[in-house]
Design a protein around this ligand. Sequence first.
Ligand code: C2O
Ligand code: CU
Ligand code: CU
Length: 466
Amino acid sequence: FFIQGSGISGYPINESDNGNSFNKTDIAGNSSLPIPPLLEDKNPDPDKAEFHITAQNATKEFISGVETETMGYNGNYLGPVIRVRNGEDVSVQVENNLEDEITTIHWHGLEVDGDADGGPHSGIQPGESWTPEFTIDQPAATLWYHPHPEKNTGRQVYKGLAGLFFIEDEVSDSLDIPKDYGVNDVPLIIQDKQFNENGSFQYELGMHDVMNGLQGGTMLVNGAVDPYLEVPKGMMRLRLLNGSNASVYELHFSNNQTFYQIASDGGFLENPVEMDELILGPAERAEILVDFSNFKDGDTIQLSNKGSEFMKFVVNGESESNYAIPEQLTTIEKIDPDEAVRTREFVFQGMGPMVNINGKQMDMNRIDEFVDVHETEIWEVSNESGMGMMGGTVHPFHAHGVQFQIIDRDGNPPPLNETGWKDTFIVYPGEKVRAIATFNHSGVFMYHCHILEHEDAGMMGQFKVE
Ligand code: C2O
Ligand code: CU
Ligand code: CU
């Protein structure tokens, strides 16, 4: 099942050397799209939420008749959706039931203090638990959570540890858009995997993986291969997460139909952005509205990555409600670059095992940057890694505990779908991206490349806000 043409980042993927030797018919594909359950809030107080999450080893049948060893939260692969409201006081009891390995749980995109952030300093020993508490203080958004243990993030995420984290607020309540979870508001966690011949996940890093991060030729959506989703003749809201370790996706519908992006990483855009292709780097999210009302029952629309189809929408039945694309979604106060007290530079450098930021690899005992709490800064991120050789490597930049606004890319305004809140942004080879943020939470946080094999190799640093 080589779902590929040219491969990701210009590299051919799934050539015979990576053990990916199944035929498409071996795969337990063509199932209906699994919908991750909403996690039960155990606290009856409407202003408080309490969740229980357990990281565990498991198995799952991706290939007919073969059990693949996986990890999951409260299940055998991926995790439930945590849904909270802005202003809510949240506590999450996280239990590590993994055999013999430390894990952490990090709330990617959540603006909380360092002690609740779940980075590599918050290791949970096997058999133990960790219960961070925080108050939600940011607009409606589709965030996510995943482990972040030192040098072992890539493997644990690859095995299946990841889940979505929704924030709702007055704006998301009042917008006339689909919001019936699992019905017309559907998450798509998109990943790509390599399988060994015995059906296990291939996570031995070969040369290509060390250079580019682990990319696979089998796409999964919510943990299923080649799934279908029945959709009514009407508007669907899809919440997309690029949950891959290392792949940049170029998403497109087979009939070339346009769709509207309504939210980026940190929440709604001011206005919907019409597009026919969406580029999503590792860890980035996008909410889109897709109108299926002009189809007939039985019509099938494929979703593809770089021209390779990996899931389909099968039109069936009438929609219960009618939606129009809203003109305006929210207002976002632009952070004025004149408010920035400084510009801080981050340079991605090196290749393979040498990847680094500003010439340094991650050291848990070293704080690289000190930021004054409540101050606004411009972060200028350049990609000088691998320049001149092999065309360079894309690196998605991510920082914890904060949401940015992108000022410019190489001096040009960002594309419209990047004019909202961003916690992760792609930096192409040779490019320089300037982003601005106000650092309102104190503690120790990570910034890193979100190609997880680069992060684990040391393409990460620490900043302390105080
Ligand atoms: Cu998705 Cu350091 O995180
Ligand atoms: Cu993060
Ligand atoms: Cu990288």
